[in-house]
Design a protein around this ligand. Structure first.
Ligand code: BDR
Ligand code: CA
Length: 333
């Protein structure tokens, strides 16, 4: 009897452990350069019940680091998420200076609407060090997503090349997998901004998920539908409406009926990977030289070079699911 009781208690204990595991959230670390589409991706992550955001590490990219840090802090404040620590990273690419994308996102990265700065400041710890520390604190569990140039992740890797061993899943927004770029004919912005960082990082990981610019183009958001979502009665929607207005009209003038939110698609893939409808695994290299193709992501579609299939490339995602995640994120209070 006594032994039976002990066995029962042990089984109850196992069940409790199992329940606790099931209710545990997935730790999520977001490296980002906000940026209007970064902001939408962050709102999606803020609204997700299955993930726990353990930090935002901030890169320079869309605009200078002082703006991207300021924007991340402001978005957290507006969304009531001042519990999420924000870490400033590298102010410039590893090797070569690069032009920003202020003409798309506004010179301040958030549509130049003149919002007052957030009350909070960034943490004292550097983003690269925060990435390493959090990778230890959540070893084997951490999902790392990079929505900007890969400078901070490259610095972290240089300090500690064992980083990939502790990352459960690495998702990258970057590249143009058949070289239909957005910043040059062949290259996508995030990889073009810091090609050396992209090269170092993508070489270091044995496997990563990639949401590229061409997947973004295949998952456009109709402007009228976006406008309807932005009429939601929430502080998040009101703020997002203001900061995205300029870039949405810039896009409508040049790209037609649909708006393209690259980082939002990457975040849908992070939060709900089961929404992926078509994926391809291939070797991928970053072009570091070249008069026309610096920063291009060269996918070995025919596997001619004998390199491993490291990139898990998102080709098609459930559009309804993608849009539902955005709509809910904007409406959330
Ligand atoms: C990427 O570049 C940036 O402008 C966006 O924020 C996104 O991360 C798209 O090429
Ligand atoms: Ca970005």
């Amino acid at each position: 009897m006594r032994f039976h009781g002990v066995a029962c208690n042990a089984r109850l204990g196992d069940l409790k452990d199992e329940e606790q595991k099931m209710s545990e959230k997935i730790p999520l670390l977001i490296d980002t350069d906000p940026g209007v589409d970064d902001a939408l991706a962050l709102l999606m992550a803020f609204n997700d019940a299955r993930h726990d955001i353990v930090g935002l590490t901030i890169a320079a990219g869309n605009v200078g680091l002082q703006h991207t840090v300021r924007n991340a802090l402001k978005l957290c404040e507006v969304a009531g998420r001042d519990d999420i620590p924000v870490f400033a990273g590298a102010p410039a690419p590893l090797l070569h200076p690069s032009p920003d994308a202020g003409y798309v996102h506004g010179q301040d990265g958030f549509g130049d609407v003149g919002f007052p700065p957030a009350a909070r400041r960034a943490e004292a710890e550097h983003a690269a060090l925060a990435i390493l520390r959090l990778s230890h604190e959540h070893a084997g569990q951490l999902v790392l997503v990079a929505l900007g140039p890969l400078t901070n992740v490259a610095l972290a890797l240089k300090l500690d090349p064992t980083l990939p061993q502790r990352i459960a899943r690495f998702v990258v927004m970057g590249g143009a997998v058949t070289c239909h770029g957005n910043i040059t004919p062949a290259a996508e912005f995030n990889f073009y901004f810091d090609p050396e960082a992209a090269h170092l990082v993508l070489e270091a990981f044995d496997r990563y998920d990639l949401a590229d610019w061409e997947a973004t183009i295949a998952h456009g958001l109709h402007h009228e539908r976006v406008a309807a979502w932005l009429r939601a009665d929430s502080a998040r929607a009101r703020f997002y409406d203001r900061i995205s207005e300029k870039t949405r009209s810039w896009s409508a003038d040049r790209r037609g009926d649909h708006w393209f939110a690259a980082d939002a698609l990457a975040m849908a893939f992070v939060l709900a990977p089961e929404g992926a409808r078509e994926l391809a695994q291939r070797p991928l290299a970053i072009e570091l030289q070249g008069a026309h193709a610096r920063g291009a992501s060269i996918v070995d579609w025919r596997r001619e070079g004998g390199q491993p299939d490291k990139a898990n490339i998102l080709l098609r995602y459930d559009q309804d699911r993608f849009e539902a995640l955005i709509e809910a994120a904007l409406a959330a209070g």
